[in-house]
Design a protein around this ligand. Structure first.
Ligand code: 3Y8
Ligand code: NAP
Length: 253
């Protein structure tokens, strides 16, 4: 059976956008998928679908209905539910799966990081004395910090929130990354930030705040990644392209 690879690219990261450009340049038969978390996600050079699939069963049905032969999971390391569903649905539908995931950040000379296993640990790790905290973890996790109302919070969100997070006096800046060192230095200085809470996203799109923190001598409470499901993982777009080529040969094309 002569079938060219038909690819589902689960996106939402800088690496997914790079992957989309490489697939489009090769004229691959691919579809890009967003969850629909933001109002106007960046346009992609591939046909794009937006919204959930309806759990594992919904994704397995989608894979069969769309005759998908390869899934590339290029979602964010904290998008762990999507990654779990992709691993289960691909196993159920007999579809090849490869994750494209950037390595976690590690502290270097001059970094003052405290590593935390999860968001709740980060809430508990906040200092006793009131601080001005840059909560750089987005909208979905901010409410947990209502347990520590003595601190002044700065949030950076992609879209204006439908409802304000329950953080009295919190300041909100609206910005979509990737961010630059100059931007993040200015933000930390302007808001007199004393402490940063971040997720260990890895990659270049969100690391500027860490370089700025080091320059300003600020501590970072670093929330480490949740455990990802077992699956094959590549760290580079080229590796994924080689995987597709090798698999295409097996598909007889
Ligand atoms: C909808 C697509 C690209 C991808 C760009 C990357 C870089 C900029 C840094 C800070 C941290 C944060 C947040 C962040 C970054 C990239 C990448 C990345 C962090 C967009 C996008 C979608 C989302 C969803 C959004 C979450 C939120 C998280 C903001 C587009 C811009 C904080 C993660 O309001 C909400 O519900 C937002 C939800 C998931 C985390 C959260 O819990 O709030 N990303 N971000 C994707 C979809 O619908 O499928 O709108 O264009 C993508 C990007 N965000 O193509 O160049 O690769 O990591 N995204 C974190 O790392 O902590 C910002 O401010 O320093
Ligand atoms: P999640 O908690 O892992 O997934 C929750 C549900 O959202 C999934 O079960 C699925 O719904 C849907 N979903 C997630 N990603 C999807 C995608 N790319 N295409 C279609 N449906 C998707 O997801 P999340 O952490 O909210 O992340 C959502 C999106 O934002 C992803 O694209 C991710 O790459 C991006 N992002 C997330 C973060 C973060 O900090 N979490 C940071 C940057 C970018 P169904 O079960 O209905 O299929």
């Amino acid at each position: 059976m002569h079938t060219t690879p038909r690819i589902l690219l689960l996106g939402g990261t800088t690496e997914a956008s790079h992957m989309a450009r490489a697939l489009a340049a090769r004229g691959a038969d691919a579809v890009f998928s967003y969850a629909g978390r933001t109002g106007a996600p960046a346009a992609q050079p591939l046909p794009t679908r937006i919204g959930g699939f309806g759990g594992v069963a919904g994704l397995a049905d989608y894979l069969r209905a769309q005759a998908i032969t390869h899934v590339i999971d290029a979602t964010h390391p904290f998008a762990v539910q999507m990654s779990r569903n992709a691993a289960a649905a691909c196993a159920e539908a007999g579809v090849a799966l490869l994750a494209l995931e950037r390595p976690a950040w590690t502290p270097g000379p001059g970094d003052d990081w405290q590593s935390l296993p999860d968001r709740e640990a980060a809430v508990a790790a906040l200092p006793a004395a009131p601080a001005r905290v840059f909560l750089a973890i987005g909208r979905q996790g901010a409410a947990a910090f209502a347990a520590r109302p003595e601190h002044a919070y700065l949030l950076r969100l992609v879209d204006p929130p439908a409802t304000l997070p329950p953080l009295p006096g919190a300041e909100i800046v609206l910005a979509r990354g990737p961010f630059t060192l100059a931007q993040d230095l200015a933000l930390l200085r302007e808001h007199r930030i004393g402490l940063i809470v971040a997720k260990n996203a890895g990659g270049e799109g969100a690391r500027a705040k860490l370089d700025a923190a080091r320059m300003l001598g600020l501590r970072v409470l670093m929330i480490e990644r949740p455990e990802a499901p077992t699956r094959a993982v590549a760290a580079r777009v080229e590796t994924v392209m080689d995987w597709l080529t090798a698999h295409s040969a097996r598909l007889g094309v």
